[in-house]
Design a protein around this ligand. Structure first.
Ligand SMILES: *[C@@H]1O[C@H](CO)[C@@H](O)[C@H](O)[C@H]1NC(C)=O
Ligand SMILES: *[C@@H]1O[C@H](CO)[C@@H](O)[C@H](O)[C@H]1NC(C)=O
Ligand SMILES: *[C@@H]1O[C@H](CO)[C@@H](O)[C@H](O)[C@H]1NC(C)=O
Length: 500
């Protein structure tokens, strides 16, 4: 049994350092071991995640489904998820005349969106409200998937409609053709609808008389309303900006398809190398991978999930445990004068894993003594799943892997920082600079949308708006765009939005 370093001593050493580092770079960076050596020590705190792994991205995309902001930030969707619209859901469709849609058309879960589609009418605005009378089966495409841009948002739809990605068809002219193609596939697979995101979520309904009833079909006044209907549209979109997102649509995560699944779409792995996340595309996928995706789609409902795991809850638990505290840690290190507080935050996050027996030996350098803490932290949310292996669907194995990889890297970074704090006794400002580098790298790797928000928060007559499609196309592909407060009443502050 190793001797225990007195706790009071550990605390004491943090009082010794009070200087802010000045331009000192991290002295120690984690290594990447050469291929082949990665299995040598599973709990080596120095081994970074493999650059070809996508667990962090799957984790972020899955925990961002049906939310507005994350899907503006990463507009090229890679995920296709079976969804249900429950009985009683209201769907809205706006048009210029009172004739009932006889073919597939668009609807929305919020009337503010549907209202936009009668805005150009000379004198008539009709709002059709439908109510769902049996659970409607749908497929949801993540990303900014209703935006007709050739650089990615429509890639996954193209695969299903045309069996290949055709960027030149990302135009208004192809929309009905695309919808007809989706509905043809829908008939084959027993699907009623397809769901995409513009600024809000739209439901592309294949039959306006099957599984839905007319709740009302009304001719509305066409006078301009205040706030301007563009603003009320933006304001209403904020309802779904962040978790829990659009709650009327229920997703079946245990059968989702992700093009970030390296087992399902291996041809995309090399394509992503050296690219930023916003440059990732489905374009370029190999024909055999498309076949695998279509096969998965055609067989997905034949193997219902038996695991009983609530995946969305598990993902949210991990975000809850770390998102805010990582942000506080980052800001503490940025102000760089409070190492005691930084260490306390680390200890608070790692509290359930700080094993009494894991203490640094007096003799050797390094941090292998902290490996049991790393293991305990990294396995805590997923180790029980090994006994459920046979019950997990292929999608659930992807989800488990995403949770495992993500949680593991959070734990590795935090335990490594904490251990260096214990061992190095905070001997100088280099440690703080190193910690700062570690936290910045971890947060960039996680890339959670929870960290995108208006600071300070907006006034009551403002909306926190993340510039992007469809109103702020100048910001398309601008990865550093930050949300801003826009007034929803006059005097408007963001005049680009004044249209129509
Ligand atoms: C990363 O993973 C790939 C694919 O599994 C493997 O071929 C490669 O050797 C790994 N790289 C490292 C550095 O471990
Ligand atoms: C009614 O409006 C829809 C779309 O707004 C259009 O497709 C349709 O042709 C119109 N029908 C008539 C009878 O004008
Ligand atoms: C799963 O957890 C979420 C909260 O993240 C909750 O809204 C949902 O009802 C849960 N699902 C089931 C089937 O219990």
């Amino acid at each position: 049994m190793a001797s225990t370093l007195p706790f009071t001593f550990i605390i004491y050493v943090f009082f010794l350092v009070s200087q802010c580092p000045t331009g000192i770079l991290a002295a120690q960076n984690p290594l990447i071991l050469p291929a082949g050596e990665t299995g040598a020590d599973d709990w080596n705190l120095e081994i970074l995640p493999n650059i070809t792994s996508t667990g962090n991205i799957v984790f972020d995309t899955v925990s961002s489904l049906l939310q507005h902001w994350p899907n503006v930030r990463h507009h090229s969707g890679h995920t296709i998820v079976p969804a249900t619209l429950p009985v009683g859901t209201l769907l809205y469709h706006g048009r210029n005349n009172g004739s009932f849609p006889a073919s597939p058309e668009w609807a929305s879960t919020d009337p503010e969106f549907a209202r936009l589609f009668c805005v150009d009418a000379a004198d008539e605005c009709w709002l059709l409200t439908l109510v769902v009378t049996r659970p409607l089966r749908a497929l949801y495409f993540d990303g900014n998937s209703a935006i007709k841009m050739p650089d990615g948002p429509m890639d996954t739809q193209d695969l299903l409609v045309w069996g290949e990605v055709l960027p030149e068809r990302a135009t208004l002219e192809w929309e009905y053709e695309r919808l007809r193609g989706l509905c043809d596939l829908g008939r084959e697979l027993g699907l009623d609808a397809f769901i995409r995101m513009n600024l809000k979520f739209e439901v592309m309904l294949c039959d306006f008389t099957d599984g839905v009833e007319i709740a009302s079909f009304s001719k509305l006044e066409t006078e301009p309303t205040f706030p301007h209907h563009g603003y009320s549209f933006i304001q209403s979109s904020t309802w779904h900006d962040r978790p829990p997102g659009e709650t009327r649509i229920q997703l079946d995560l245990s059968h989702l398809i992700s093009l970030y699944d390296v087992a399902l779409a291996p041809s995309l792995v090399s394509q992503r190398l050296g690219k930023q996340r916003h440059e990732h595309r489905v374009l370029g996928i190999a024909a055999e991978d498309i076949d695998a995706v279509m096969h998965r789609l055609r067989t997905m409902q034949k193997s219902p999930s038996e695991s009983g795991i609530n995946w969305s809850s598990l993902f949210q638990v991990i975000i809850d445990r770390y998102a805010q505290r990582l942000e506080v840690l980052q800001s503490t290190l940025k102000s760089c004068d409070d190492h005691k507080r930084a260490f306390r935050i680390l200890r608070t996050m790692l509290m359930p894993y700080l094993l009494h027996f894991a203490v640094p030996p007096h003799t050797t350098a390094g941090n292998s003594w902290a490996a049991p803490i790393f293991r305990q932290c990294a396995q805590t949310h997923t180790s029980f799943m090994s006994s459920l292996e046979s019950k997990l669907t292929a999608s659930e194995r992807l989800l488990r892997n995403a949770v495992e990889e993500t949680n593991r890297e959070i734990c590795r970074t935090l335990v490594r920082m904490w251990a260096s704090g214990v061992v190095e006794r905070l001997s100088g400002p280099a440690l703080l600079a190193e910690w700062k580098t570690d936290v910045d790298r971890l947060m960039a790797w996680l890339d959670w949308s929870a960290w995108t928000t208006c600071r300070p928060s907006c006034a009551i007559d403002e909306s926190c708006y993340l510039p992007g499609a469809p109103f702020s196309m100048d910001e398309w592909n601008n990865t550093s765009v930050q949300p801003k407060c826009v007034r929803v009443f006059e005097p408007y502050t963001y005049t680009d939005l004044l249209w129509g």
